[in-house]
Design a protein around this ligand. Structure first.
Ligand SMILES: [Cu+2]
Length: 187
């Protein structure tokens, strides 16, 4: 369920769901004020501010809840967790160059965090890793001229063949900038 909520469609439905109360309220107010209650409102100001308070509290709690719940998906948190997990990091150095990748390894173990350190030597490239079922797991933007590599820590859960694609338009052969990673069962 949570995986769905943080997918593209999940975000779409959550957004739509959050807009529904506003749409319903607007329709109700327009209907009331234009059809059978055209005079000034009779709701006491005290009640109005109480309702406002309840609504604001709900929005605040919901907003903070969603933000806290999504924290663990942030790359910095994943990196910090991997660093404190006690499991040794698997390191992969990635060098992007029009139109392909050099990688220090293309095989990793499932269940152990992998740190991808990426650089570009010519222009802007992407490094997006896709689950065998087609879902994108993460992407890195690799820019040329940076002193530090761009890093992402990811722990693969299932063995399989994962596709790598460049998601930054980088020239005439951008579409062939593909690669693969093999995730094997941990020993
Ligand atoms: Cu590209």
């Amino acid at each position: 369920m949570q995986d769905f909520l943080f997918s593209g469609w999940g975000a779409f439905w959550v957004t739509l769901f959050m807009l529904m109360p506003f749409a319903a309220m607007l329709a109700y107010i327009v209907y009331r004020k234009s059809v059978f209650d055209t005079g000034p409102g009779t709701t006491p100001v005290k009640t109005l501010s109480k309702m406002e308070g309840i609504w604001l509290t709900f929005v605040f709690v919901f907003f903070v809840g969603i933000n806290l719940g999504s924290l663990k998906y942030m790359p910095y948190i994943a990196e910090a967790r991997a660093a404190t997990s006690g499991l040794p990091l698997q390191e992969i150095d990635v060098t992007a160059k029009s139109w392909g990748y050099e990688m220090s390894s293309r095989q990793v173990e499932a269940g152990r965090p992998v740190r991808f350190s990426g650089r570009s030597v010519d222009t802007q490239h992407g490094f997006a890793v896709y689950h065998p079922d087609g879902r994108m797991l993460f992407t890195m933007l690799l820019m040329d001229g940076l002193k530090q590599p761009t890093t992402v820590v990811h722990t693969f859960k299932e063995p399989g063949t994962y596709k790598v694609r460049c998601l930054e338009y980088c020239g005439i052969a951008h579409h062939v900038m593909l690669d693969e990673l093999t995730v094997v069962k941990s020993n």
